[in-house]
Design a protein around this ligand. Structure first.
Ligand SMILES: [Zn+2]
Ligand SMILES: [Zn+2]
Length: 301
């Protein structure tokens, strides 16, 4: 390569890295950045050929055949392992080389206050809850590239607040966010804005769960989703391959990242996985802690 070319390539790379480091909407502390990005980008999914028709929150209805919002594509390719193929929906999943790829419009199949009061999918907030400003749910184009063979990262673990558009995907195709809130709030304060299914959108419309998605898991051992390092995340309880159920917690069965190695109803040999559990940083139970156990993949939006 000529020197000029190298310089040009290098400056492009630097610009890209700068953009990336400025783009860290994984917690609500980054809402302003996301808002700017959202204003710049159309909300129409660039991959609509895969993910279906862009959903308009005010007219959204539920497709009772797929149990996903009408117009969204829900498909899991045949080469995905059974634990994904048989459990994930409301997104488009496939295998690409050594990764799983999920594309999601990220519209919840539960009702929510944040569809807006004129929407057929509207539901009032629960008692004691308050609205997160004028935030409303909107279609996204989240693309997850997740290693299909998760690898443990024993040192220098990657923080879950390290600049990801989402840190995981639920079995119903929704973004998982970390255990942090916009300073000076703690997540326990922000939990007051959760809808009746424990989710809420950022002001750019990205609906997400820090806490258990109540139409997937309610203090049981259901599979909730997958973090972007490729490890599964389960509900509060752990049911092993022998159908014996326990309730592990951090310091009593679980490491600080909410995980442990055990069999589950989906993994007959002992496998690392996360649990929804009480988190010391969030001061409420969350789906994840402050660090990934493995090497995370990537997420774009
Ligand atoms: Zn949030
Ligand atoms: Zn477990």
């Amino acid at each position: 390569m000529e020197r000029k070319q190298i310089l040009a390539t290098t400056s492009l790379l630097v610009l890209f890295v700068l953009l990336l480091t400025n783009c860290k909407p994984k917690s609500d502390s980054d809402e302003d950045t996301l808002l700017l990005l959202a204003a710049a980008a159309s909300r129409i999914c660039a991959n609509s050929a895969y993910t279906g028709t862009t959903v308009v929150a005010s007219t959204a209805t539920l497709d009772t055949n797929t149990d996903c919002i009408t117009g969204m594509t829900s498909s899991m390719s045949a080469d995905l392992p059974a634990w994904i193929r048989n459990n994930f929906k409301c997104a488009v999943g496939s295998v690409s080389g050594t990764n799983y790829v999920f594309r999601s419009q990220n519209i919840p199949n539960n009702k929510s206050y944040y569809f807006g009061s004129t929407s057929p999918r509207y539901e009032a907030l629960g008692s004691g809850q308050k609205a997160a400003g004028t935030n409303q749910i909107s279609s996204q184009c989240l693309v997850y590239t997740i290693p299909s063979s998760p690898s443990e990262k024993l040192t220098n673990k990657t923080g879950t607040q390290s600049g990801y558009a989402s840190v995981g995907i639920t079995v119903n195709g929704l973004a998982i966010f970390n255990n942090a809130a916009a300073a000076p709030d703690t997540l326990s304060t922000e939990a007051q804005t959760f809808d009746q299914y424990n989710g809420h959108p950022q002001n750019s419309g990205v609906y997400h769960h820090h806490s258990q998605p109540l139409n997937v898991s309610n203090n049981n051992s259901n599979l909730i989703g997958m973090l972007i390092d490729g490890y599964a995340v389960y509900g509060r309880d752990c049911t092993d391959a022998g159908s014996s159920t326990t309730t592990p917690t951090i310091g009593s069965g679980l490491d600080n990242n909410h995980g442990h190695i055990s069999t589950t109803l989906h993994f007959s040999s002992p496998t690392y996985h996360y649990h929804y559990t009480s988190d010391p940083t969030a001061t409420i139970p969350t789906l994840i802690g402050s660090y990934f156990h493995g090497t995370p993949g990537t997420v774009s939006n």
